[in-house]
Design a binder for this molecule. Structure first.
Ligand SMILES: Nc1ncnc2c1ncn2[C@@H]1O[C@H](COP(=O)(O)OP(=O)(O)OP(=O)(O)O)[C@@H](O)[C@H]1O
Ligand SMILES: [Mg+2]
Length: 328
């Protein structure tokens, strides 16, 4: 296999006049975990459908596991696994029977040893004869990933693998997913709208919005490229834009109705001057964010991805008081 497990150039999907995927270039190194991070409707699932051959490409090139998706779609299908966002298990069957069924559907000959290995890896051996209907959400997800790995694909696509899971189960799945490419020598492309997930789990991330890749790189490089804090401030009265921009340390200001998004060199340094310009009593809310994949997205689009698990806006008076204490 070439060093890229997935490579796309100008990948485009149009539904009627609507561009769901707009000239997307991806390079996913073999043996890595790659994250497509974006809000609802960004085009994440559509990209997976294009790369697994479930949907026709309107325009553009793609190779998956070394095979050209136009010229060699059968080989692509043989070499990829897909974990859908929706549950695909048969509740009336046991874990082993679900694996058996998967083997039949894919006409696999030698699968039993692989099934044992997968049950063991996902810690499901003790529950193999139990009906899947009795499984917890985390156990179901693990079995779904095992099914997708049964035919020994080189690349596995996971569409929102941890959506709706509690934090502890999510953490457990992260570790398993990270282990999968080491243990089974596989490349993982997953989609998510959880900032923390992309950050913690992925070697490389492409941030997608409205069908377009707006930024890509390692999570660390993306955050470093930010090199700025973001202050989001909502006021009861109009604020003078020129005054905001004139505050030392304000790098950029973007308005959204009564709320402002300020890109600043350092929130700690800018807040006192900001609160002198925008008087305390007119402030409805203030939210300070250190560089994160969320602020990368915010700066590029002016919107939030909307999947952060972190706490909501901080109380600005409390935050300000804390900072004063920290500085004195
Ligand atoms: N079969 C279809 N026909 C028309 N439009 C579609 C079709 N499938 C998807 N779309 C549109 O394409 C856009 C991208 O959809 P997609 O499901 O890929 O987004 P997503 O990033 O997976 O979002 P989510 O986080 O909600 O799963 C959306 O606006 C969606 O409504
Ligand atoms: Mg989706």
């Amino acid at each position: 296999m070439p060093s890229d497990a997935i490579r796309t150039r100008g990948l485009t999907k149009r539904y009627g006049t609507f561009l769901a995927v707009d000239h997307v270039d991806l390079d996913v190194p073999a043996g890595t975990v790659f994250g497509l991070l974006g809000p609802n409707g960004a085009g994440k699932t559509t990209i997976i459908k294009l790369l697994t051959g479930l949907s026709d490409i309107t325009k553009g090139e793609a190779t998956v596991a070394g095979f050209d998706i136009h010229k060699d779609p059968m080989h692509v299908k043989q070499n990829v696994g897909w974990v859908a966002a929706e549950v695909i298990l048969d509740d009336d069957l046991s874990a082993s029977e679900n694996l058996w069924l998967q083997a039949q559907l894919q006409r696999l000959d030698y699968w039993k040893g692989r099934a044992e290995t997968l049950l063991h890896y996902f810690d499901l051996t003790a529950y193999r004869r139990q009906k899947v209907g009795t499984f917890s959400t985390g156990m179901r997800k693990k079995l779904e990933i095992a099914l997708a790995l049964l035919h020994q694909p080189k690349v596995i696509f996971m569409d929102e693998p941890t959506i709706g899971l509690d934090p502890a189960t999510r953490q457990m799945l992260w570790e398993l997913i990270q282990g999968v490419h080491r243990e089974f020598g596989i490349t993982v492309l997953l989609t998510t709208h959880y900032i923390e997930e992309a950050d913690a789990l992925c070697d490389n991330v492409a941030i997608i919005d409205r069908g377009k890749i707006v930024a890509s790189g390692t999570p660390d490089a993306l955050k470093e490229s930010e090199n700025a804090d973001v202050i989001e401030i909502e006021t009861k009265q109009e604020v003078n834009e020129a005054q905001l921009r004139a505050i030392p340390g304000v790098l950029a200001a973007r308005s959204q109705g009564r709320s402002w998004l300020l890109r600043v060199s350092s929130a700690e340094e800018v807040l006192p001057s900001l609160l002198a310009v925008v008087h305390d009593e007119t402030v409805r809310s203030i939210n300070v964010q250190k560089p994160s994949l969320e602020t990368v997205f915010l700066n590029l689009t002016g919107r939030r991805i909307g999947g952060s698990e972190s706490e909501g806006p901080v109380d600005f008076r409390k935050f300000y008081a804390q900072m004063r204490r920290a500085r004195s």
